[in-house]
Each structure stands twice: as C-alpha cells, then as structure tokens.
Design a protein around this ligand. Structure first.
Ligand code: A2P
Length: 275
C-alpha cells in the first residue's frame, strides 16, 4: 500500500493518479531509474516503443523486487507500426522487450491522421484486450474528433487519453469533454518540461504550503482528477514527486493556477505530428 489514490477507468480497472514517466531515458538509464521509482512507491510505469527503453524498463521492474502484479505497465504503439496486423506484431515485440506476458495499459501513441490507420490499429487493440493480453486500451494525443471516430466505427471508447497538460497548457475544454465521455486523462510533461519551476505565482504557492513548485503543480494535476506521470532521474526528486498526499490546494490556489494558462504547447500538435 503506497497511499497513492487511484482512478477507476470506464472498463472497471484502476490507475494510480501518480506514475513514473521514462521519457527521455536511454535503455541503460531506464533500468536503475525504474527500480528506484518502484522502491520509492510508484506503481504505474509509463514507457513507449518509440522511447527505445522498454527492455530497460522491464529490467528495472524485475530488479525492484516489487511483484509484477502490483505494477501497472503502460506502453505505446509507435507511428510506423500503425495498422491491424502491424499493431498486433508491434505489441508482441513490446511485450517481449518488456519481458511480460501482458501489458496493463496499451496506448496508440499519436493519431497520425495523415496515415489514416488509427481505426485499424484500434481494432487490433480491441482484439488484444479480448484476448487478455492487454488489461486496458487507450490512446495518446488524440483530439475529440479522433475519439469520436473510434467510437462510431468500433463502438469501443478508450479508457484513457494521454495528452500534454500543465499549468501553461491546461486544456480546460479537452478536460471537460473527457469528463463528460468518462475517459481518464493522463498528463504528459506535467511540469511543462521543467519550464514552470520559476514561475512567481507557483513560487508563492510553494512558499505558502512549504512545498516545492513541482509538488504544487503535481498536486494540482491530482486535484483536477488527472493521472500525472512526472519524469525524474534524481532519487530525491523521484521521492519528492510522490510526496503529494499530506497537503491540499484551496480554491484560491486553484484559481491562481488556472490563470496561468498561456495555451503554450511544448510538444507536437496531434493533427500534424508525424513519428
Ligand atoms: P530531473 O530528471 O533532473 O529531475 P516533465 O515531466 O514536465 O517533462 O519535466 C521533466 C523535467 O523536470 C526533467 O528535466 C526533470 O529533471 C525535471 N524535474 C522532475 N521533477 C522535478 C522536481 N521535483 N524539481 C525540479 N525539477 C524536476
């Protein structure tokens, strides 16, 4: 029991609200970092075929001493593997690199609408779930129109959508849409790739609560009902980013953070990003 609150997904499975992100880590770096994170209490580990570190993540999980069944492993389908047969083959390759027989959450990494294969990939995901090789299926960087198409053509909604989200890009409309659909949001680059750490408003809130700016921002994600996956390779910061459950932001704090949204995306746009 690590004290991390969990969200119940629309398929009945649970996802801890704080997980451990592994981008950008090399395969060699990922092993010790993931083992450290699991020992610190993280139980959700987020990787992707495109990160090139799945084997290291698998080594880290085995080295940690934490039982496999206690770890929620997320990985993602990369762009060149979109399509029904290629997605099935790509899943096998990811599971093999991770050294597992099933994955807990499998995501389509980007919609790549210019390839127009995400619906075919999704049909493969539905099959993998039916076969019990994947516990929950979801997407990443999908816009509402992409998800509506999945629903229309397959009848199956994703359990989660992992998108860029931080105080400078807080995605209020997207959050409301997902809440109404019952799809969980996972925030990637929750700290804005570290770019928010010297913001004066966040520094004031950090001083008010006797916390770091990173903790205030991660607590904000948790209070918005999101799943957040901070990445750190520093053992002290790995622990710091999980010490979020003995303080709370009040309504004034949340309003002050809401006012920071500059609609500044750090990563690619879902309609145009090509991997
Ligand atoms: P490091 O690995 O040296 O800790 P994001 O998750 O938004 O992409 O941000 C990740 C960046 O933020 C990394 O560069 C990471 O560096 C840094 N970072 C992660 N946690 C903290 C923290 N608690 N305090 C300061 N920087 C942090």
């Amino acid at each position: 029991m690590t004290g991390i609150p969990a969200l119940t997904l629309n398929d009945g499975h649970a996802l801890p609200q704080v997980g451990y992100g592994t981008w950008p880590m090399s395969d060699a770096e990922a092993g010790p970092a993931v083992a450290e994170a699991l020992r610190a209490g993280y139980r959700l580990i987020d990787t992707a075929a495109a990160y090139g570190n799945e084997a290291g993540v698998g080594r880290g999980i085995r080295a940690s001493g934490v039982p496999r069944e206690d770890v929620v492993i997320t990985t993602k389908l990369r762009g060149p593997d979109h399509g029904y047969d290629s997605a099935l083959r790509a899943f096998d390759a990811s599971a093999k690199r991770l050294g597992v027989d099933h994955v807990d959450l499998y995501l389509i990494h980007w919609p790549l609408p210019m390839k127009d294969l995400y619906v075919d990939s999704w049909r493969a995901f539905v099959r993998l779930k039916e076969e019990g090789r994947v516990r929950s299926i979801g997407v990443s960087n999908f816009q509402p129109a992409h998800i509506e198409r999945l629903e229309r053509e397959t009848g199956v909604l994703p359990a989660a959508n992992q998108v860029e989200l931080h105080p400078d890009f807080s995605q209020a409309a997207l959050r409301a849409w997902h809440a109404q659909k019952g799809i969980a949001i996972e925030s990637w680059s929750p700290l804005g790739r570290g770019g928010l750490l010297h913001d004066p408003v966040l520094e004031r809130l950090a001083a008010k609560h006797g916390r770091t700016v990173a903790q205030v921002v991660l607590r904000w994600h948790v209070q918005l009902g999101l799943v957040t996956i901070p990445k750190s390779q520093n053992p002290a910061r790995i622990r710091q980013n999980l010490a979020l459950f003995d303080f709370a932001l009040d309504a004034d704090d949340l309003a002050a953070i809401a006012a920071l949204d500059g609609e500044h995306r750090q990563g690619g746009h879902p309609d145009t990003w090509i991997e």
